[in-house]
Design a protein around this ligand. Structure first.
Ligand code: F58
Length: 818
């Protein structure tokens, strides 16, 4: 097309968008431009963008009726989508026209984007991964539905008061949600509690009936997911729980008005709130009910789609495949069996064959405390019929184990779905593994450890069903949307094909790594991004930071295994050097932290307090004179991530080796030009292999050394006594240097480190400090640093979620992709 034609088309599009925004403002919001608030403009723009997606949405839904296309059902208790509007504009390819249209209406697009409250329907990496995969599925034109829960309250909002984390409920729906389309006609009934009864059917077959104590209804809420400039719109289908009318009527009939209302309140509770990872006992029942609720709705929906497609039950596995995003939806294995056997009268063997062919399971953690288990009495109480089915699955499975390994009762005990030790429980990872035809870890190291350790017996039994799919993140949101300066620099040099061909095309940047003009432009982009973040920090936290200092950033959930405290100990050590006037070799640095601690995780919350206390002391000490600064950025979420990743010089990925399954923040940072200081853990290793050892700051123990250190009787106190720098840093914390002389507040922290140190912080301290010194030295040579930064970005193509989704399509789902 000629330039003039392109320009005319763009002008027409701008006019169209403007008209559409004004129409929505009038007809959907009942406002005139004169009295419209910024939020009204946001809503009107959102509706205008959604309207453009709906045509594709309808035709794509139509396409899904085509029985030869296999549909991927991505079952996940969490989808951390982040704000929709900016992403929709990018993927629809109308960001420039919308910006102009809005400007012509006298409004600034960034102000409009700021209005969107993010749907925080996830805790962290796992939920965000699901969101990246939906973006890639739509971009790669894979027919897919993301199935989850429409939580009324997402992950809590974090405030910092006197250095401590304070939680507030996340009322993301308070101003309405323009992105969802409620489908009241798509509703399913879900049973809970009660008991089972056996009977003989009219063909003389033994059957079981579940008589529930209560029933709830799940209603579908669909959110369109636009592919990148391809006219495709995928679906995120979230279930909201409501009362079943018949229950209300029953109570009303008896004149029990309050009883009926109670029923309604109970039912609506199921999808009320997203659980952080620290569920207490009373939360457990609700959480199990949540998991079953969304899985049952989703599978009933799948049977409905099968029926619409005119297919038989036997054809289920060719028609649909389900990916279990961790064990949270793994009750699906038993629910599928229940639906097949109790509702569709299929025999056990055939039902099991269909189930196994349909499901695949992704494991996201090796931490023993994070492997889901449900106590038997709770399970029996909430899901009596499902437990019977699990018993049957287990007893048949254990027969095959006894057959294959005669006399090996220890193995039988280890592999059983039911853990018979202590308080008996259901091991969900075993159910997921036994009921799936493919099991995968999320990085090469993680998959290796999964085979070696957590699922070793299962790997021995069926080695061919284990796969690795290294995680990835979407370059649309994480580069193009959130780093427009870098995007434009890259695109001017290598064209724009990299946005959806990251693996093959980003590498073209390498040719500019030594080019001084390009290096300067690259450096300028980073510098401007840092300046923007500095302004934001000043506005939100009130701390002035220097954009010329090294921005050293650690943002992620706060957890001991992620070792934010290793970072803090190093900062305390630097402070100590400054106080002793040993400042040689210290490069000016701004340490930035962000992340939420689970509300019940006492040590994580104490670490937040420690970071803030260290910050307060250092930032206000005239002796430091701004050489180092420490900032805790509150309420880290997807929206705030927009300003943070792109402004980093250094990305902290310092988990204890073997503990971080993959990490995905590591990828977002490196794609935006940060260099990584990292351990031999998760996807760090693969990132280092891609970007080159010389462009990566690696330190610390290997996973095998971690295990060895522990089995040899690790004594952190000895390390404390033998490393003077470390000792002084810990002593400062203990003696109240950072807490106005209060020696009590951080005592539990110090005690844990000196006596247990479960994540080997002290053991890795020396290696970390030395590595940080290498970072400081490298940063003094800005040309070299910039070159390393360019090479990092150029070589990060592998970590696009497009590559991950293609891996799933080819190796696990056996479906085509674009
Ligand atoms: C994360 N898991 C892993 N779980 O920790 C991380 O290494 C990996 O990159 C990521 O998954 C994606 O594979 C994770 O985020 C949770 O948030 C759980 C959600 C349910 C409650 C318990 C925590």
């Amino acid at each position: 097309m000629s330039n003039t034609l392109v320009q005319n088309e763009s002008i027409n599009k701008t006019e169209e968008i403007k008209d559409s925004i004004l129409e929505h403002l009038c007809f959907n919001l009942g406002k005139s431009p004169r009295i419209a608030t910024l939020h009204d403009w946001y809503m009107a723009t959102a509706y205008a963008a959604r309207e453009r997606m709906m045509r594709n949405f309808v035709s794509y839904t139509e396409k899904m009726q085509n029985k030869t296309l296999k549909i991927v059902g991505y079952l996940s208790a969490e989808f951390l989508m982040g704000p929709h509007l900016g992403n929709a504009l990018i993927n629809l390819g109308i960001e420039n026209e919308t910006k102009k249209a809005i400007e012509q209406l006298g409004i600034n697009l960034n102000d409009v984007l700021e209005q969107e409250e993010e749907p925080g329907l996830g805790n962290g990496g796992l939920g965000r991964l699901a969101a990246c995969y939906l973006d890639s599925l739509a971009t790669l034109q894979v027919p897919a539905v993301g199935y989850g829960i429409r939580y009324e309250f997402g992950i809590f909002d974090q405030y910092i008061r006197d250095g401590w984390q304070v939680e507030a409920t996340d009322k993301w729906l308070r101003n309405g949600n323009p992105w969802e389309i409620v489908k009241p006609e798509l509703n399913y009934t879900v049973k809970l509690g009660g008991h089972t009864e056996s009977y003989t059917d009219d063909k003389g077959k033994y059957r079981v009936k579940w008589i529930p104590a209560s029933e709830i209804k799940g209603i579908a809420y669909d959110t369109p997911v636009p592919g990148y400039k391809n006219g495709v719109t995928g679906i995120l289908r979230l279930w909201k729980s409501e009362a079943v009318e018949s229950f209300d009527f029953h109570a009303f009939d008896k004149g029990d008005y309050y009883g009926a209302v109670h029923e309604k309140v109970f039912s609506e509770n199921i999808s009320k709130v997203l659980y952080p990872n620290d569920v207490s006992d009373e939360g457990k029942r609700l959480r199990l009910s949540q998991q079953y609720f969304f899985v049952s709705c989703s599978l009933q929906n799948a049977f409905h789609i099968l029926h619409l497609r005119g297919l038989s039950i036997d054809e289920f596995p060719e028609s649909m495949t389900f990916q279990l995003n961790d064990t949270h939806p793994s009750i699906a294995i038993a629910e599928m069996m229940r639906l097949l056997i109790d509702e569709h009268q299929v025999g056990w063997e055939k039902a099991w064959d269909i189930t196994k062919k349909t499901f695949a399971y992704t494991n996201h953690t090796l931490l023993p405390e994070a492997l889901e288990k449900w106590s038997l009495p709770l399970f029996a109480n909430v899901l009596p019929r499902l437990l019977e089915i699990i018993y049957e699955i287990n007893s048949r499975f254990l027969l095959t184990i006894r057959d294959k390994y005669p006399g090996d009762e220890d193995r039988v005990r280890r592999m059983s779905i039911i853990d018979e030790r202590g308080n008996k429980s259901v091991r969900m990872a075993h159910l997921a593994t036994i009921g799936s035809h493919a099991i995968n870890g999320v990085s090469a190291l993680h998959t290796k450890l999964l085979k070696q350790d957590v699922l070793h017996d299962f790997y021995e039994l069926e080695p061919d069903i284990f796969f690795n799919v290294t995680n990835g993140v979407t370059p649309r949101r994480w580069i193009k949307l959130y780093n427009p300066r870098l995007t434009s620099l890259i695109t001017t040099h290598i064209g724009e094909s990299w946005v959806n061909h990251l693996e093959t095309d980003l590498v073209k940047l390498e040719q500019y790594a030594d080019d001084p003009t390009f290096q300067q432009a690259w450096h300028d982009v980073k510098r401007q991004n840092k300046t923007d973040l500095a302004h934001l920090i000043q506005a939100i936290v009130g701390t002035k930071v220097n954009p010329d200092s090294l921005f050293d950033i650690q943002v992620k959930r706060i957890h001991e295994y992620k070792r934010q405290h290793l970072n803090v100990l190093y900062i305390a050590h630097l402070y100590n050097r400054i106080k002793q006037k040993r400042t040689d070799g210290i490069t000016p640095r701004t340490f930035i932290f962000g992340g939420k601690a689970a509300p019940g995780y006492v040590m994580a919350k104490l670490i937040i307090k420690l970071i803030n206390s260290v910050g307060e002391t250092i930032n206000n000490d005239p002796d430091v004179n701004g050489l180092i600064k420490v900032v805790f950025f509150p309420d880290f979420n997807v929206k705030n991530g927009a300003h943070i990743y792109k402004a980093a010089d250094l990305s902290e990925q310092i988990s204890t080796a073997g503990k971080e399954a993959s990490g995905t923040g590591n990828m977002k940072f490196a794609m935006n030009g940060a260099l990584t200081i990292g351990t031999f853990d998760g996807a760090n290793i693969e990132i280092m292999e891609c970007v080159g050892e010389e462009n990566f700051f690696l330190f610390g123990l290997h996973a095998a050394e971690v295990a060895e250190t522990k089995s040899n009787g690790y004594r952190p106190y000895d390390i404390y006594n033998s490393d003077e720098d470390l000792k002084q840093a810990i002593d400062m914390i203990q003696s109240g240097v950072f807490s106005h002389g209060d020696t009590g507040v951080f005592q539990p922290f110090v005690d844990t480190l000196l006596n247990y140190d479960p994540f080997l912080v002290l053991k890795d301290f020396r290696a970390y400090a030395e590595c940080q010194q290498r970072v400081s030295d490298a940063y003094t040579n800005q040309k070299e640093w910039t070159k390393m930064s360019i090479l990092n970005v150029a070589r990060m193509g592998k970590f696009s979620s497009d590559r991950s989704v293609k891996d799933y399509c080819e190796n696990i789902w056996k479906v085509n992709h674009a």
